[in-house]
Design a protein around this ligand. Structure first.
Ligand code: KG4
Ligand code: ZN
Length: 340
């Protein structure tokens, strides 16, 4: 007997991207993302503006995702949405919308943890992507999080270490601000880093116990370094921007790789997956490929479109939970500091 197809609509609105995606089982039919340009002029996400933009975007984004998937709303099996972690005002838009639509269509509602979704994005079925076998280590690196997680099963995850202050994406974005680059600065620093000398300047790596991370000291060190150098030469940043970016990237990738190596040593697990916006970074991608050669790791790097925030990753968690009949009550609430 042929198994019935399951169609999941995923909705993501935790930060500044409004996204909707439709999956047929574990395959993507559509993944629409509307990013919010408005925050660039403020040099960071303004929560109040983000929730207003989600309000404007959510209906057209969901409509487009369903249209591109080539299905009708009535074919949907369930609606999955990001419950948290994230900005409360932003989460409320996606949560309320998902509830209303699921209620109206009389189909199950499925709440999803955004950080688990960054990890489980690896289980979207793609021809050119291998799925990691359990157990594996996942490093989630984004604008809001920096974690190393032991993944024993789809829903059995243990945070082995995380940042005690800033996230790695914040380190990129705040360093970029000091250097006069636009927001978000991660992609820009990455681009320039590839043209510069990574050993031109030295920044000290923080000393944090075990698998913890810290990035706030690095941000301050970069600020003082730039202030000191521009006193001697007002054009210092302009003249050396590629070398500065390369040196910052070299330091950050060094910090991430040191902790991953320690996690592998502690757990004996050599299957390593990354996720989150910073996993788009060319430096971390190359460092992981090198570790395959040098340390015998097998690494799993998400496709570019599943690195930054997207609803396809929410929909795949929805699909996996649907198979378990793990549905939400309609009184489920958005939770800004949602844990695993
Ligand atoms: O996962 P994401 O889209 O949103 C959060 O959940 O935070 O991650 C956004 C972060 C930003 O800090 C951005 O600067 C960073 O990811 N990012 C990068 C790159 N592309 C995005 N950082 C370094 N290199 C990149 N290529
Ligand atoms: Zn994210």
């Amino acid at each position: 007997m042929k198994k019935e197809n399951i169609y999941i609509l995923g909705i993501e609105s935790s930060c500044d991207d409004t996204s909707a995606a439709v999956l047929c089982n574990d395959k993507i039919l559509s993944n629409v993302v509307a990013d919010q340009k408005i925050h660039a002029e403020y040099g960071g996400v303004v929560p109040e503006l983000a929730s207003r933009a989600h309000q404007q975007n959510i209906v057209p984004v969901v409509d487009r995702a369903i249209e591109r998937a080539g299905i009708s709303k009535d074919q949907l099996s369930a609606i999955a949405f990001t419950r948290g972690p994230g900005l409360m005002g932003s989460l409320l838009v996606g949560t309320s919308f998902a509830k209303s639509l699921a209620y109206g269509l009389n189909i199950p509602l499925i709440d999803v943890n955004h950080m688990q979704a960054h990890i489980l994005a690896h289980f979207i079925d793609e021809d050119d992507h291998n799925k990691p076998p359990f157990p594996f280590l996942a490093m989630t690196i984004s604008g809001g999080h920096t974690q190393i997680v032991k993944v024993s099963n789809y829903f059995e995850m243990e945070v082995l270490g995380e940042t005690i202050d800033d996230a790695v994406g914040e380190a990129y974005d705040k360093s970029g601000k000091v250097l006069g680059l636009g927001y978000p600065a991660g992609p820009e620093i990455d681009k320039r880093a590839q043209l510069g000398n990574p050993k031109a300047y030295h920044f000290t790596k923080p000393k944090v116990e075990g698998l913890g991370f810290s990035f706030s000291g690095l941000k301050t060190a970069i600020l003082y370094f730039v202030q000191r150098e521009t006193k001697n030469n007002p054009d210092f940043v302009k003249e050396n921007i590629n070398d500065i970016c390369a040196s910052i990237q070299y330091t950050i990738i060094g910090i991430l790789m040191d902790k991953l190596k320690l996690a592998v040593k502690q757990t004996g697990i050599k299957h390593i997956a990354i996720g989150g916006g910073v996993s788009a970074n060319s430096g971390i991608r190359k460092a992981l490929k090198d570790a395959e050669q040098n340390h015998g790791w097998t690494t799993y790097i998400p496709k570019f479109e599943y690195t930054t925030d997207n609803a396809a990753m929410i929909a795949i968690v929805g699909y996996l939970k649907y198979l378990e009949h793990d549905f939400s009550d309609f009184n489920v609430m958005a939770t800004a500091r949602l844990k695993f």
